[in-house]
Design a protein around this ligand. Structure first.
Ligand code: MG
Length: 203
């Protein structure tokens, strides 16, 4: 499987990063070795001194597709979850300055914690889903899919022009504002609509 991740999909996050508002989705990938499952702890890697959390709504693909039309995109996923796109911000900054690719900052081992999934039929409106991240019981990010620049169906249509989507692929749909640093000992708790789906510790 592969992880497709979307950058700068919320205006206020693009602004806090001093990044331009994108006119088409910003896409990058993480390998399957980036997954961190079962609420396992995240061990702070030695190559960075500034790992940031980015809480993101995640879509799980359940059907193979290529060149998917937006109006049919809803047929290609049936579960929604929540994950963290861990980012070595110090490494990313250096690579951005040099115009180099982001992989070492974004796609390292265990950089993609993933929680439990919910059947999408449980939601009245996929374009109005609340989600949040708490660290040590304090809310640090609160987002709503209605604020996405490119919604889930837009993203599936867009990425499937370039990459065949396969069963089990995950799309991390971008983070709202409020990103920041994690510290050893932090406890992260990510929720969709007040239900905790991901809960783990930084070690
Ligand atoms: Mg992200």
């Amino acid at each position: 499987m592969k992880i497709i991740a979307i950058g700068r999909n919320y205006i206020n996050h693009a602004k806090e990063m001093n990044s331009p508002i994108p006119t088409e989705p910003v896409v990058f990938m993480k390998p399957d070795t980036a997954l961190l499952r079962s609420n396992d702890p995240f061990y702070y890697p030695e190559f960075s001194k500034e790992i940031h959390y980015e809480v993101e709504l995640v879509v799980k693909i359940n059907k193979v597709g290529k060149h998917i039309q937006e109006k049919f995109a809803h047929k290609y996923y049936n579960e929604i979850g929540i994950g963290i796109d861990f980012t070595a911000r110090d490494v990313q900054r250096k690579h951005k300055q040099k115009g180099l690719p982001w992989e070492k900052a974004k796609s390292f081992d265990y950089s993609a914690p993933i929680g439990k999934f919910i059947d999408k039929s449980k939601f009245n409106d996929l374009n109005n889903i609340k989600f949040s991240l708490e660290i040590n019981d304090k809310i640090v990010q609160a987002g709503n899919t209605k604020d996405m620049i490119f919604n889930i169906d837009n993203l599936i249509a867009y990425v499937s022009k370039y990459f065949t989507l396969k069963i089990g692929d995950l799309i991390y749909t971008g983070t709202p504002e409020g990103v920041g640093e994690i510290k050893i000992g932090d406890k992260l708790n990510a929720k969709i609509e007040n239900e905790t789906l991901l809960d783990f510790e930084i070690k």
